[in-house]
Design a protein around this ligand. Structure first.
Ligand SMILES: C[S@@+](CC[C@H](N)C(=O)[O-])C[C@H]1O[C@@H](n2cnc3c(N)ncnc32)[C@H](O)[C@@H]1O
Length: 264
């Protein structure tokens, strides 16, 4: 079983923890991409279909293929009302099972940092997109502290625990994305930082959303003793930006990149 299949094992919990935030970013991302309607799309690392649903809502695609290594994520994706037109199937970003020039556009939404070899993922994306087409991605700025789960990392760190990060976290900075896209030979490369508000109605909403066994940090929480978990909750209560009515809100930000496959 691949690492992704071991850490993304619950599409429903993923939706509450991350899916709703990727959909919020997706709105800004697709508006920024500003590509024509009616394209043939590939959503690489589609997960539970949150990015796919947003793609369909914003880009009026002609067709959508969506791949992910996690059957758990794919099972949830296939139940989405807003993603019925997509064909969800198992696949690997670093070895795409599609012919050259199969798509007009391809995206990786919150995926590049999970790839052991991000450059291979970008070259695969470029290979399957036709000349003149678009290859684009976005990823939380992990080194910059932009991920919605950053407060959990901060609280754990203050307890002397450094929770695991995705394998290629460094690939999520604006400079790294720009370099990856240029090194792959993509043209007209552009980057943009996209910011959203992440909000929870109260502490329990924050905890129940994020203390789930999904993703690198969620899986690592499972291994904490009840005592350390209690300390973590206490630390979060002290550190989270909480309004008098209990609402918790802060900014999350990701870096987006786009490029065109050169004409031959
Ligand atoms: C944070 S989720 C993003 C899912 C979705 N695109 C979204 O925006 O919500 C990361 C996804 O990357 C997938 N993933 C990990 N390794 C991958 C690989 N080698 N190829 C394709 N997807 C991969 C995981 O299974 C997971 O569903």
């Amino acid at each position: 079983m691949s690492e992704a299949s071991q850490i993304f094992t619950d599409g429903k919990a993923y939706e509450r923890m991350m899916g709703r935030w990727t959909r919020r970013v997706g709105r800004a991302f697709f508006a920024w991409l500003d590509v024509p309607d009616g394209l043939r799309w590939l959503d690489i690392g589609c997960g539970n279909g949150a990015s796919t649903e947003e793609l369909i809502a914003r880009c009026a695609p002609a067709a959508v293929e969506a791949i992910d290594p996690s059957e758990y994520q794919l099972a949830y994706a296939r139940t989405r009302d807003g993603a019925g037109m997509a064909n969800f199937q198992k696949g690997d970003a670093q070895a795409l099972a599609f012919d050259n020039d199969s798509f007009d556009a391809a995206i990786m939404a919150l995926v590049i940092s999970f790839l052991p070899d991000p450059a291979k993922g970008v070259s695969e994306m470029k290979r399957v997109v036709r000349p003149g087409g678009w290859a684009a991605a976005y990823m939380w700025d992990i080194p910059g502290g932009g991920a919605p789960i950053q407060p959990l990392h901060d609280a754990l760190h203050s307890l002397g625990i450094d929770a695991p990060r995705p394998t290629s976290s460094g690939a999520s900075t604006k400079d790294a994305l720009q370099e990856l896209w240029e090194a792959a030979g993509l043209a007209s490369v552009a980057t943009r930082t996209l910011r959203i508000e992440v909000a929870y109605s109260n502490f329990d909403d924050f905890w129940d959303s994020n203390a789930v066994p999904v993703g690198p940090i969620g899986k690592s929480l499972e291994e904490l003793s009840p005592q350390v978990k209690a300390q973590l909750r206490e630390r979060l209560r002290e550190q989270l930006p909480t309004a008098p009515d209990g609402r918790i809100a802060y900014e999350a930000f990701c870096n987006a990149v786009t490029g065109r496959v050169p004409e031959r």
